[in-house]
Ligand binder design. Sequence first.
Ligand code: SAH
Ligand code: CA
Length: 213
Amino acid sequence: MEFIDEKIEAYSLAHSRPESDILKKINRETHAKVLMPRMLSGHLQGNVLSMFSKMIQPKQILEIGTYTGYSALCLAQGLQDGGKLHTIDINEELEKMVRGFISEAGMDSKINYYIGNALEIIPTINEVFDIVFIDADKKNYANYYDLIFDKVRSGGYIIADNVLWSGKVVDAPDKMDVDTKAIDAYNKKINSDIRVENMLLPVRDGLMIARKK
Ligand code: SAH
Ligand code: CA
C-alpha cells in the first residue's frame, strides 16, 4: 500500500536533496543482491532521518536493524564531531557488504557495527543515546523500547519504523497477524507512556517518534 500519490512522491523527491553516490550504490546493490530490498529506507525516508539527525545533532545514536546500512549512513550525517552511531543486526551474511559500504562512505571511525541478537547486544553498550532508531523484528519492538529506555537522555528521541505496517494496523483486531498485533501494541504502549511526548508521522510506512521528557 502506498500512502502518498506516486506523482506527489516523485515531485517531492525531485525537490529534495538527491541521494549521495554511496546511498545510490547501496540502494542498487541491495535490490540486485539481497532478499527483501523493500526493507531499505530509501530516498524519502533516508532524507527524513538525516534531516532529523542534523536537527538533533546527536553525540550517540543506537540503531536496531542495520540491514544493508542505508538508514545508518543517513542517521550518521548529523553526528557531532567525535560522535558515534552503534548499529546492530543479526544477519551475519550481510556483514562483508555492509562493512564495505561503511568504509566507502568514510564512516569507519563513526560507526560501530555489531553482529548478533539486539536483545543480547543492547545491554553491553554503555552509552547515553540522543537518538534510538528501532527497525528490527517487529515482535520485539516493545522489548527494545524497554531495554533502551533508561539509556536515552532526557530530551532524546526514540524513533520506530514501519508502525503503519502497510496500513494493516487499521484492520479489525481479529484480522491482524502476529506482526501487526505487535506493532499496534507498540503504538498503544508509546501513546499511553506518560514518560514521553509522541507523534505518529505517516511518512512512508509510518514513523513513531517519541521524545523522552
Ligand atoms: N534500518 C534498515 C532496514 C532494517 S530491516 C534501513 O532502513 O535501511 C530489519 C533488519 O533487522 C534485518 O536486517 C534483520 O536481519 C534485522 N533483525 C531482525 N531481528 C533482529 C534481532 N533480533 N537483532 C538484530 N537484528 C535483527
Ligand atoms: Ca524499516
